[in-house]
Design a protein around this ligand. Structure first.
Ligand code: SAJ
Length: 424
């Protein structure tokens, strides 16, 4: 099969590489010329475990090529971003332009699959009409489906193969045709349904996680107030066979959990009360973290911020709560030095430091991402070079052995509240 993948980001690029690796001829298309040029040299512009090696292999074998314009193919896969506007409604501009870009190359019998996460009814009410306007009978001449991506950054290549795939067609035959496309490399189940159900199922997966994390974050705030070890509570509650509380943290970031619930809220604002409140709770965590920091470090003190990405061991800073925390701390006139071994300088608007520069004369190491590099820190350097040896670990990932270094996480934040310290 010839497959054209439009959008070579965190999902499109690994997907294109997997199709190429299973023997298809794949053309990856992106408006980013730099990404296209790099790909044609067998190189990648993003960080993902195992991807560099895989891309090198399939480009060298001639199975994967890249271009800024599509070509005729048997199947088209659209994997472009669906950001939100400041009012939290979905911006479908990239889906529109990607769909329009393939129109001149469509042939009867083609399968068009949208992998981008989209609000419910987008396939029926937005994508199908664009193809119909070209004179195609969608569902009979062009088969259209939504096949949401569900892979976890950091495990993308494994999950692309192993996860169950939901394929929602605009009609049954479209779902069947799209399922055949994925059948070539997916080892998990491939379940067919309607496009609308697939859209909603995808959104509910991420919303479930967002709401669950909001519950953990709310518990963290309640625990700080009442003198409770929040992490121990979660550990114990999760011993119940039907309980799975998630982990509190500095907020929820990334392009999925922090965005997708709004696609549901947009379509049913009056009904989506819990979903909306979960978003508010998670959005309030940067402010909560800063409030705790203010109890630890005097104004103008130096803080070493460790980690800017939205989670550990990735290079993605999209919607990262760490960026908001940095801004809030700057507004409060703290001196910041920022260390993130996974982020390059051109990704962020503030200067990055090395570990040594960051901790020098700092009064707090504020850990905002659970990178492997942070799990065990040089405690001697911390003790000797920081002004006050203190670590505030919002990801519960650092192991500090020395009692000479004060360590806070969601276990013991209440200790910062004088009235509660005397109670316990
Ligand atoms: N987080 C917490 N506490 C937790 C778990 C996560 O605060 O207990 C935070 C993370 O630090 C991060 C955010 O949530 O800021 C999201 O991270 P994540 O690891 O939960 O998920 P993503 O956004 O990297 O990927 C999610 C996945 N969805 C689910 O697990 C239901 C992935 O499978 C999806 O493919 C992806 O969204 C997507 O593209 O939609």
């Amino acid at each position: 099969m010839k497959i054209c993948v439009v959008g070579l980001g965190y999902i499109g690029l690994p997907t294109a590489a997997m199709f190429a690796n299973s023997g298809h001829d794949v053309l990856g298309v992106d408006i980013n010329e730099k990404a296209v040029n790099l790909l044609n040299q067998g190189k990648i512009h993003i960080e993902e475990v195992g991807l560099e090696e895989l891309v090198k292999k399939v480009v060298e074998s001639g199975k994967l090529k890249a271009s800024t314009t599509p070509e005729e193919a048997d199947a088209f896969i659209i994997a472009v971003p669906t950001p939100i506007y400041p009012d939290h409604t979905a911006n479908l501009d990239y889906v529109k332009s990607a769909t329009e870009s393939i129109l001149p190359f469509l042939k009867k019998g083609n399968v068009v699959i949208v992998e981008s996460t989209i609000p419910p009814r987008t396939i029926d009410d937005f994508v199908a009409p664009i193809i119909q306007a070209e004179g195609w009978n969608v569902g009979e001449e062009i088969f259209l489906a939504h096949c949401p991506e569900r892979v976890l950054p950091g495990r993308i290549l494994i999950e692309l193969v192993e996860n169950t795939r939901i394929v929602g067609g605009i009609n049954e035959i479209s779902a069947k045709k799209a399922a055949q496309v994925y059948g070539t490399f997916v080892k998990g189940d491939i379940i067919t349904t309607s496009a609308l159900t697939a859209e909603m199922a995808k959104l509910m997966e991420n919303t479930y996680r967002d709401v669950n994390i909001a519950l953990a974050n709310e518990l963290a705030k309640i625990s700080e107030k009442l003198g409770i070890n929040a992490l121990e509570v979660i550990q114990l509650a999760n011993k119940h066979p039907r309980v799975n509380l998630h982990q509190p943290g500095p907020g929820v970031g990334g392009h999925c959990l922090a965005v997708d619930p709004y696609f549901i809220i947009e379509k049913a604002p009056e009904e989506a009360i819990l979903i909306n409140n979960a978003r508010k709770i998670n959005n309030s965590m940067p402010e909560f973290v800063v409030q705790q920091v203010e109890k630890m470090v005097e104004k103008n003190g130096k803080i070493a911020v460790f980690g800017l990405t939205y989670k550990g061991n990735i290079d993605d800073v999209r919607e990262s709560p760490a960026l908001e925390i940095v801004n809030l701390l700057q507004e409060k006139n703290y001196q910041l030095s920022i260390y993130d071994p996974h982020v390059s300088q051109e990704q962020v608007p503030f200067p990055l430091s090395t570990f040594d520069e960051a901790i020098n004369q700092a009064e707090c190491i504020l850990v905002l991402a659970d990178h492997n590099e942070f799990k065990s820190l040089d405690e001697v350097k911390i003790y000797l070079n920081m002004k006050k040896p203190l670590v505030f670990d919002t990801k519960n990932c650092v192991k500090i052995n020395s009692t000479a270094i004060k360590y806070y996480n969601f276990d013991n934040l209440y200790e910062l509240n004088q009235n509660i310290t005397t109670l316990v």
